[in-house]
Unconditional design. Structure first.
Length: 65
C-alpha cells in the first residue's frame, strides 16, 4: 500500500519540494531581506506561488537545471 502511494506521488516530487521547502525558504528570505511582497500578499503566499511555479516548471522540464 505504501509502495503504491509513493509511486503515485513520485512524479509530483518537484512540485512537493517547491511547496514544502522552497516556499518557506523564499518567504523567510523575503522577510530577512526586507523585500515587500507584491499586491499586499503575505510573504508565505508569495513564496507558495513562486515555489509551486518553480516545481511545476521542473516537473514539466524533467530537471531543475
Amino acid at each position: 500500500m505504501i509502495g503504491k502511494l509513493l509511486q503515485a506521488i513520485g512524479p509530483w516530487g518537484p512540485v512537493l519540494f517547491g511547496i514544502g521547502f522552497l516556499a518557506p525558504l523564499i518567504a523567510q528570505s523575503m522577510e530577512a531581506l526586507h523585500i515587500a511582497p507584491p499586491f499586499g500578499l503575505p510573504s508565505i503566499a508569495t513564496g507558495l506561488a513562486i515555489g509551486t511555479l518553480a516545481g511545476l516548471i521542473a516537473k514539466y522540464r524533467g530537471s531543475w537545471v
